[in-house]
Design a protein around this ligand. Sequence first.
Ligand code: UDP
Length: 327
Amino acid sequence: MNVLVTGGAGYIGSHTVRLLQSMGKNVVVYDNLSTGHRDAVKQGTFVKGDIFDSELLEDTIKRYSIDSVVHFAAFSLVGESMEKPEKYYKNNVMGTLNLLDVMIKNDVKKMVFSSTAAVYGEPERIPITEDISKNPTNIYGKTKLIMENAMEDYSKILGLKYIALRYFNACGADEGGDIGEDHNPESHLIPLVLKTCLGIRDSIKIFGEDYPTEDGTCVRDYIHVNDLAQAHYLALKALYEGKDSNVYNLGNGNGFSVKEIINSAEKVTGITIKKEVTGRRAGDPAVLIASSEKIAKELGWKPEYTNIEDIIATAWKWHKNHPEGYK
Ligand code: UDP
């Protein structure tokens, strides 16, 4: 396996690169470092490049005899996507179409694609199975759904084999404590809570406590980044074994409210933090909990991290050692 990992210098990408490399695969990270970090790439070959640079993509594919792609390179902030739609349509849709053009031209027809629970929008049923209707409530989710649909057509007509993985809430960090989550600006709940524990932020804002949930705050399914990485490995393996294109959810199957996450973080760190209830954040569904039965049954995936405090403890180790991220 000679795998090109676009966006391999990002959070989920860097954890996947580590795992693939540890399984003996040859990994080439391709990242323009617009949001990724060179220091997050501890394994594999690194090429600084943009997914719009067809020439460099083609050169890289040829030079390293690439036979599959794991495609993370994308913008992924829900809030930003609602303010700058053009940025998201351009990079996530046009950029991915360009990557697919170069792949197909060079006869690379295996792709594992980063998708998201945001494709479902306000789900009609919980837990969410892959077949329910997709009505994304934000532009980020729309761009991912557009690409899933395009890949379905490429698969039927052009022979592309792809597996799209719909992540729920990625969190945690590798036990090594040397790679982890570092977004700028940070918008995700767990890193923001832990930065508040470190005193880097004054308080944590709770976006709404009038949702139809037990404590009124939003419920999400938090999944450890190394469990996500494992799913990418299994998806690639399936494609090399000749399995058909497919789409899978990746979650733990348990929901935690914003308040429960804050309480767990206080338990893990032993630090009490200041909370502030504010209004709802636009585009936030009340409850998102995955059914991951399909990937469990078909690819044998099983999350190793099921306890939320264990998951937060791995993130805490990273944040404590790297209060300023990779800087
Ligand atoms: N959230 C919050 N305060 C924050 C950041 C997030 O209350 O400072 C909430 C957010 O509204 C959502 C949940 O925490 O219900 C998880 O948000 P995150 O941005 O981590 O992930 P998302 O679910 O948007 O992918």
